[in-house]
Design a protein around this ligand. Structure first.
Ligand SMILES: [Fe+2]
Length: 73
């Protein structure tokens, strides 16, 4: 595995975190329609928070390993 392949793999996993967030948000939307318990919504929001944390950690490593900084514009 090359460094670029490793960075690509980490990027793929980061994308997976964002995909999970999208799916959890859609789930919350569906759960609200059936008036699901607030605690369930709260728990899923906590899971989303965890996924954001995972995404940030993976983003950090993509930047660090690639030595490519995000554009400022
Ligand atoms: Fe995650």
């Amino acid at each position: 595995m090359t460094l670029e392949q490793a960075i690509a793999e980490i990027s793929k996993n980061a994308a997976g975190e964002w995909q999970a967030i999208e799916e959890y948000l859609n789930l919350i939307s569906d759960l609200r329609k059936i008036h699901a318990p607030k605690q369930l919504i709260d728990d899923i929001e906590e899971i989303i928070s965890d996924e954001l944390n995972h995404g940030q950690k993976l983003f950090h490593w993509v930047v660090k390993l690639s030595n490519i900084q995000p554009a400022k514009d």
